[in-house]
Design a protein around this ligand. Structure first.
Ligand code: THG
Length: 369
């Protein structure tokens, strides 16, 4: 099977698109109406590079929603049930965005630039639409836009060395989830210590899309001594590390408590914060489901299926597997699942693949590594 994606302004290209094509990208996913590269043809090599070396990822599809103006601070707090009063300029915080029912509708990194200027670095759902509607309904004096900002992630044990070679030794002192404004000759960017892996790394937020190819080449050049190569948000490493994939691990009823985000939820935020009243009730009543890890018994790597497998015990359906992979480090088939609260780590279960085939499995705690 081979097909093309139709040309359309609704399928936006990243400023790094041409470079990723040159470097051999073979697959994309639609993400925030943009093409997100998902592979360069050798998944194992891309995984190894992330774990032992350094990789560069076109993650421009992590779009920024900028909220600025006199009421920016108020709106941002209304949009997330994480207490933001201690937040200082120059930091990024992981946040959950919930709707009025307490269901997660995005899990962005929130970057604070100033008291009156923030960016939500969003996962795959329309926060431009949502935040504009809420701002208007609540009568806030803000301006909301999607600025010309495109993140490029550099991830892996040598990421810091690459970014230091590119931008100078000072970057080594940037702490986790902090960011600084920088410039590489005439390429404007923000440098943050962050990224969707647990291997360490940085994200360069390019602030001029005309300079995408130039930045890509410069990173590639700086990374040469460290054998840098192209990669993507890695489906295997993120399962091993227990990073959440909104829209993959979550469904239309998932609340933050079910998927281990309670650390980022403060039930004592003001009542006008969207979702907090529902979240208080959910918390008081107790959740019905939770996210656990699962080991799937099979002596060889299982193929990937984009259909959720059921987790069952006898005739009872406990829940579903939302992501799975062969783990090269654990030498096991592992997965993330969303299962009934009665199902607990250590339980032996069965999984029912979409083709009807059954396999033995065991539930476990997260993260795997
Ligand atoms: N970086 C940036 N924007 C993003 C992502 C990113 N937008 C989309 C998506 N990823 C948002 N989702 C996440 C999910 C997890 C994390 C970051 C963004 C993450 N979590 C760590 C954890 O759960 O252990 C650490 C959280 C913390 O330290 O507070 O990093 O990757 N720019």
């Amino acid at each position: 099977m081979s097909f093309n994606i139709s040309e359309s302004p609704r399928v936006r290209r990243s400023p790094f698109f041409d470079s990723t094509i040159e470097d051999g990208v073979v697959s994309f996913l639609p993400y925030n109406k943009m093409l997100l590269p998902t592979g360069y043809g050798d998944p194992r090599a891309e995984y190894e590079r992330l774990i032992k070396g350094v990789a560069m990822w076109d993650v421009a599809a992590q779009r920024q929603i900028q909220i600025s103006g006199p009421d920016a601070c108020k709106l941002v707090q209304v949009l997330t049930p994480r207490k933001l009063d201690q937040m200082t300029p120059g930091v990024g915080w992981y946040t959950a965005i919930c709707n009025h029912a307490g269901t997660i509708i995005n899990d962005p990194v929130l970057l604070k630039h100033a008291e009156d200027k923030y960016w939500f670095s969003i996962a795959d759902s329309d926060m431009l639409l949502w935040s504009r509607a809420i701002a208007h309904e609540r009568g806030f004096n803000v301006t909301i836009c999607e600025p010309d900002v495109s993140p490029l992630a550099i991830q892996g044990p040598y990421a810091e060395d690459v970014v230091a070679a590119l931008l100078g030794e000072e970057i080594r002192s940037i702490r986790h989830f902090r960011f600084e404004y920088g410039e590489l000759d005439t390429i404007p960017m923000i440098v943050a210590r962050s990224g969707w892996s647990k291997q360490g790394g940085f994200e360069l937020y390019l602030m001029n899309s005309a300079k995408g190819s130039e930045l890509w080449q410069r990173v590639k050049q700086a990374g040469k001594p460290f054998d840098i190569g192209p990669g993507c948000p890695n489906p295997t490493e993120r399962i091993e590390s227990g990073l959440l994939s909104y829209g993959g691990d979550t469904d239309d009823e998932t609340n933050p408590f079910e998927v281990r985000l309670e650390r980022y939820i403060h039930l004592d935020v003001p009542d006008d914060v969207i979702g907090v009243q529902a979240l208080r009730k959910i918390y008081a009543d107790g959740v019905r489901r939770h996210q656990l890890g699962i080991f799937i018994n099979s002596d060889k790597p299982l193929g990937y299926s984009n259909q959720y497998s059921q987790v069952i015990a006898g005739s009872e359906v406990l829940g579903k597997i939302t992501a799975q992979s062969w783990s090269p480090r654990l030498k096991k088939n592992i997965g993330l699942c969303l299962v009934s609260i009665e199902a607990q780590p250590g339980d032996d279960v069965m999984i029912k693949l979409h083709n009807g085939y059954h396999l033995e499995a065991q539930l476990t705690v997260l993260p795997f590594l």
